[in-house]
Structures are given as structure tokens and as C-alpha cells.
Design a protein around this ligand. Sequence first.
Ligand code: SF4
Length: 422
Amino acid sequence: MALSNTIKNQISLWYKSLSTYIDGFIPRIDQRQMIAEVAKTLSGEQGRHLVIEAPTGVGKTLSDLIAGIAISRANSKHLVISTANIALQDQILHKDLPLLAKIIPDLRFIAIFGRRRYLCPHNLTAICAVDQPQIDLMLLLQQEMAVTSQQESTVCQQLHADFIAGHWDGVRDHYKTALDDSLWQKISTDKVGCLARNCQFYHCCPFFLAIWKIEQVDVIVTNQALVMAAMESGSVLPEAKKMLLVLDEGHHIAAVARDSLEVEANITVPHLTAQLDNFLRHIEHYLSHYCPVKPPKLAKTNHLIRHRQKLIDCFSQVMAITQHLLPDNSQDPIYLFKLGQLPEELNVCCQQLLQLSHDFVVLTEKIVEHLSEQTGKHDAATLHLSLLISSKMLSYWQNMVKFWRLAGCETSSNAPVSNPNG
Ligand code: SF4
């Protein structure tokens, strides 16, 4: 899209208006140049990517925002501005954007945090109701959520009261006092532990409320770890074609990308065998308890057993090959593949394991989908437990798919696949 005169005039007007609200504001040539470059890049008039390096205090964030909001509005897209940490995220949210809201009509914005920063009202309510008969004890036991002290119990009751009364929005960092990590672990959740549409708190869940608001806002303030996660799963932020992305404090991005996108997995045969045995038991329970009319083909016992054996054979092969590579008598044996490239025979195993794990992802997705349709037809506690176990297993197989895909990945863009630092 060309940078029209209307957009240029809009940007210029907003920029000049800053002097009304910032004491001693003097328009500077550096800022004007930054805004112009950002506008040209985001509108696609000049390249697709732009890197700006400028000293602190020059006004980079305001320049990004002014140009970005004008262009994203003209293109019916969202401007996503991503920072290195929550403190910077809050600064944009509580300082820069409220200032711009005085200048830009109907400016709407929201902050999106990582999922673990949001309260899970389901878990908090379950903990607070621990003495009541309707408590879903199975879930508490399964998720090791039970509170361990009277003090934790008192804090939970207070959090619950504040959340219900609307005094707290459910974001961990927005609570009036610091919350202990071990307690927060119990009253928040991740994708695996979330019942989503099957949860009775779905419509008042802080995480989902934030996600639903995304559609209505101009600007989404987030952090870089979340951008990386969204690039992989695409689930939290708008699709790439519906957003313009600004990475503030971009010098952190390489480390964040590596930390967020790297995958680790236990690839020993005993660990795999234990996972497979659990998985097969769970499928057996699923078939006998929920009696799907048309069970997935791979869920049939003979198919499952064959698939299990293929996985174990392939794993054994990987172990045999890799054990030769590891140095003898080392306390912490590590082997780095040159430029991340695997020998051909190992690569073949990776491709097979990728396919075999992917087959189990598809199977587990079908089970989760079927279980999600069973609300009201089965006892809620048992169904929720089955859903959570299935989700956990889905997450395991998805991780294995990522692992084998990355391990067997040929170099792309001539960059090494592995982290050269180990
Ligand atoms: S929808 Fe998920 S995150 Fe929200 S309250 Fe329910 S289980 Fe917790």
C-alpha cells in the first residue's frame, strides 16, 4: 500500500499535537526521520523490515506508535508492539498509549501477557472450595493443586474475593501484593491444563477475555516471548497477515527466539516405553468409557501395538547411533553436531519418528475433540479429568513432533540449526 497524503498528514498532525500534552516538547529532526522510515516500511513502500538503533530517550516508542497506528488503521490491521519484559509493557500501556489516546480519536489498546500470568478462576475456585462437598477432588489431585498451608488458603480466599468483586483483573503483576511462585503455579494454568470451552468459567476467564478483546483494538502490547510462541502456534496473537509488528528493544530478540523455540526431550527407550504404556492405557479407558461411534483407526488395539513397536524400534536405533558419538567416561556427555547437521542414518530415523509421533498427535486431537463434545453426557469431573489427561498427552506428542522436526531439519537460510554455544 502506498503511503498516501492523507496518512502522511494524519501522522504529521498527531506528531505536532504531542506539544500540547508534553511539557517542553520540541519536534526533532531525528524523530521525524524515524517516523518517516517506520511509516514507509510498515506501509510496504520501502522494504518489509526496518531496524532502528537510537539512544534511550529519543522517543523511539512514540515514533513507532504514531506511524504504526496510522498505517495499521488504514490497512484494517492491528499494530502489535512487543517489548522485552512486563515492566516495559506496562510503561507503554500506562504511559505512552494513554498519552496518544488524548490525540488519536477512539484509540483502543490492550496488553496480552503469557498465559501463565493470568489467573485460572477454575483452579482458584477449586482450591477455595476445598472443604465443600462439590469440590472436584480428582482435579486437585491430578494437578497437585492442594494448598499446603493456612497462609496460602487465606491468600486464596482474598484473591477470590478481590477477583469476584472486580477489584483485580486476574493478571498476576496487577495484584496489589506480590504473589508467591508456588501458590501462583496452582492458581494459574497453561494450555495443557485448560478446559477452555468445557470450563464453567470460560466466559469470565481473564485469559480468554483478553483474547476476545484483541479483535476490537488498534494496538496490542505484548512481549517477545509471546510473539515467538504465537509464531509457532498462531493461537494468541492475530494471524501474521492481519498485524504489523514492532519489536521494541529488539536486541533481545535473538536470545528470546532461541529460548522460546528450542525444544528438549527425553529420548531414552525406558522413558518412551513408560509414556507409551500410559498412552495406550488412556486410549483403552477412553474407548471403553466414552464408546465413540466411529473410533479413529489408529485407536484399534492391533494398530496401536504395531505403532508402539515401530516407535520403540526407531528410538532404539537412535540410541544405538548416538551412543557411539558420546565420549566415554564423561560426567556430562555432550555431542554437538557440526552446524547442526545429522548423519544420514540418524536423519532417516528423525523423519520416521516425526511421522510416527505426528500420527499420535492426530489421534490424540481426535480424542480431545470427541471428549469436548461430551459435556452434559458424562459426569463432569471424570470428563474433565479425561480431557486434561488427553491434553497432557497431546502436548507430549506435539513436543516430540517439534523435536524430531527440528532435529532432522536441514539448514535453512544458511544459518546453523543448533545453538553453537551448546
Ligand atoms: S478456561 Fe481454562 S484458564 Fe480459564 S478458568 Fe477455565 S480452565 Fe482456567
